[in-house]
Design a protein around this ligand. Sequence first.
Ligand SMILES: NC(=O)c1ccc[n+]([C@@H]2O[C@H](COP(=O)([O-])OP(=O)(O)OC[C@H]3O[C@@H](n4cnc5c(N)ncnc54)[C@H](O)[C@@H]3O)[C@@H](O)[C@H]2O)c1
Length: 264
Amino acid sequence: MNSNPVAIVTGGARGIGEAAVRKFSELGYAVAVLDVNRVLGEALAQELQAHGKPAAFYACDVADAVSLDQLAAEIEKKMGSASVLVTSAALIPNTESIMEMDLEAHDRMWRVNYHGTVHACRSFGRQMIAAKGGGSIVTLGSINSVLPLPLPAYNPGKAAIARLTQLLASELGRHGIRVNSVAPTYVMTPQLQARIDAGQRDLAKMMQSHALDFLPTPADIADAMAFLCSPSARAVTGILLPVDSGWMASATYMTYAGGVPWDA
Ligand SMILES: NC(=O)c1ccc[n+]([C@@H]2O[C@H](COP(=O)([O-])OP(=O)(O)OC[C@H]3O[C@@H](n4cnc5c(N)ncnc54)[C@H](O)[C@@H]3O)[C@@H](O)[C@H]2O)c1
């Protein structure tokens, strides 16, 4: 069996999850890439293997609790017990009205984003408890975790994940398992660029509400995850760590009716 510590990344085939896969692989973990996207997931695992890094792709729909449990057992047999879990799998919507939204799509988003996070934390959390080696879980929050934005399933789902993270931290702390969340602002993934190009996100508007004049990259988010899973964060659990170019500090500040104290 593989002797490297094992990191599991749901939604690891692309975007922020892919950056997490690359980061934990760089740090010496054997990485399991769990995703519905077989083409990208397999290509990523094969690329890492070609560089001599232990990695494997597992097709997985995080909304399905039973198959996720079975997969956790299969991965444990093949790679060993999980030390790290990152729950990045999610569906990302565009602006919607609650009065007019499609309820099927609403429910599916909850099943993937919120329930999928619960399922992964249960399947691999139980594994970490049984292995008695501690562990570290990072859930994916967002600026949506803290303030309302017009995304009726996604926004309250991210708030719920922040609370879930605190509950899990409280429950798993006595097993030496830490559970934290990262809260990115808009992250410059190829998918965000595509939404900007399609007119679904306004880049100028985005930049008005940040303290810094750049948006984080997926690698910036993965660096924060690596910190949270490292011994340097041994006393950190149950937090929501903004990686947001100052959005939480500045979003309301920038809207003050008296203006800002510098020339716009
Ligand atoms: N990109 C951003 O601006 C941003 C900002 C804040 C938070 N986030 C959060 O970060 C996480 C990753 O976002 P991203 O931008 O990398 O998105 P993305 O769409 O690029 O990647 C999401 C991945 O999840 C996979 N996935 C979707 N449904 C799945 C399912 N049912 N089971 C398994 N895998 C599934 C997709 O195939 C994809 O590979 C999400 O939780 C998102 O909410 C993203």
